[in-house]
Design a protein around this ligand. Sequence first.
Ligand SMILES: Cc1cc2nc3c(=O)[nH]c(=O)nc-3n(C[C@H](O)[C@H](O)[C@H](O)COP(=O)(O)O)c2cc1C
Ligand code: SF4
Ligand code: SF4
Length: 260
Amino acid sequence: MNTYTTTQLVFFSPTHTSAKIARAVGEGIGMGRRIETDLTLDEDLTPIEIRDALTVIAVPVYGGRVAPVALQRLKRLRGINAPAILITVYGNRDYEDALLELRDTAVELGFMPLSAAAFIGEHSYSTPARPIAAGRPDASDLQKAECFGQDSWKKLCEVSSLPELFVKGNTPYKELKAGQPACPVCTENCFVCGECVEVCPTHAIRVSEDGSRIETDVNRCIKCCACVKVCPNEARIFDNPFAAILHERFNVRREPELFL
Ligand SMILES: Cc1cc2nc3c(=O)[nH]c(=O)nc-3n(C[C@H](O)[C@H](O)[C@H](O)COP(=O)(O)O)c2cc1C
Ligand code: SF4
Ligand code: SF4
């Protein structure tokens, strides 16, 4: 069933780990024509039709589910004759029902699941003082992602139709816990360069009217930590009780899981 000549990479990736995995999978597929649809900063709701393209969809795991904003943004997609490689990226704790939720969503949107995988990325809450899966995906992860892309492509060349794809996870999906509103704050090291404003996926950050400080709308913040990681002066911090627990309890390296 393989007459495809285009790979379309679609991702939501505030701290870039899902994007890195999607690109490595795209390398492995090795098709000349590769299109990227980055939904991270894109709040537009107009439908995006993906027709006749092998599609790679990569999203982060939040609370054992697909990150809610990622899910919202994926709902713009319409797959038409589009096999899909589905990827969740999680911070070395667990991905629980996120991959199953992504598979079910992809089917609802018209895609044909070809393969799926859960990869590990540096945890959004990881800091140099309390690392959690720091530096991941590393070279070994990226090589696995490339091979996974290659193997998915081979599968597409060999099969005449795609049966339902098995992935790990349960229904009903793990309950989504809203949690208390919270957001990173700026320390006195902030020199109001505005870089954090540019990377916020929900546009929760702005420079104050008099230009003297950074203001954050706590109710818009999804705690993704893109602003923390981009700050050139380590002036943005997110002090939350989970970071220490994750650092202590989830320090044994987990490896990618592949479903082909
Ligand atoms: C609000 C929130 C919830 C998260 N929940 C989980 C989780 O349930 N399990 C896990 O292992 N990692 C969790 N993470 C970590 C992210 O899944 C991980 O850092 C991922 O690599 C981020 O992807 P990105 O770099 O594409 O943004 C969470 C991160 C955030 C911000
Ligand atoms: S990126 Fe850092 S220094 Fe620049 S405005 Fe944001 S918090 Fe301040
Ligand atoms: S303010 Fe919140 S949503 Fe915006 S980048 Fe920072 S952590 Fe992410």
